[in-house]
Design a protein. Structure first.
Length: 181
């Protein structure tokens, strides 16, 4: 499940993190693939995919529309063991509530609960080598990014892993706030 961004926001994220994405040993996420993952589900069959779409659509129909803010940059799990470079997403009550609704819907559909806490971010690159790239911490501190995004729907996505990175395809669109209209 993902919040997809308009092209202009994806471009702003890519420009702000361009130096990070270009560091030696970093495989950048393609600009058109930049998104906020609400819940990674993994590989599922067609029947479960349909059940997931129904459960998530029902859950998001009652969720209010809201704005989120993408800002700053960082890494997971730490600077010394960096594997993922991300653009940060401000946590707020609406985003947390939406993610909890999505998680509950995914579990109702038959997927095991996610054991890790939700840490909103946009993956902009993955580090291939054993050590983080030289200058990573300095470049992270130089990132200047602030972009507001209106969240009106979320998407059930299918990912296909390819040698050049994942390709995402939309399976279902689940609008927010349609129960009250």
């Amino acid at each position: 499940m993902a919040v997809r961004f308009p092209a202009g926001i994806r471009e702003r994220i890519a420009r702000a993190t361009q130096v990070l994405r270009a560091l030696e040993g970093v495989r950048p996420v393609r600009v058109e693939q930049l998104h906020l993952t609400l819940r990674f589900i993994g590989e599922v069959d067609g029947r479960l995919e349909a059940r997931l779409a129904r459960e998530i659509a029902a859950a998001t129909a009652e969720a209010p529309r809201f704005d989120l803010t993408v800002r700053s940059a960082g890494v997971f799990p730490s600077l010394r063991r960096a594997r993922v470079i991300w653009a940060g997403v401000d946590e707020d009550a609406a985003l947390t509530a939406l993610q909890a609704r999505v998680e509950a819907a995914v579990v109702r559909a038959g997927v095991a609960p996610e054991p890790r806490p939700f840490r909103p971010h946009v993956t902009v690159g993955r580090i291939r080598g054993a050590a983080p790239p030289r200058g990573l911490a300095d470049e992270i501190s130089r990132v200047r990014l602030e972009a507001a995004v209106a969240v009106h729907e979320v998407f059930l996505m299918r990912s296909k892993l390819l040698p050049r990175g994942a390709r995402h395809a939309e399976v279902a669109s689940c609008p927010l706030g349609v129960a009250g209209t």
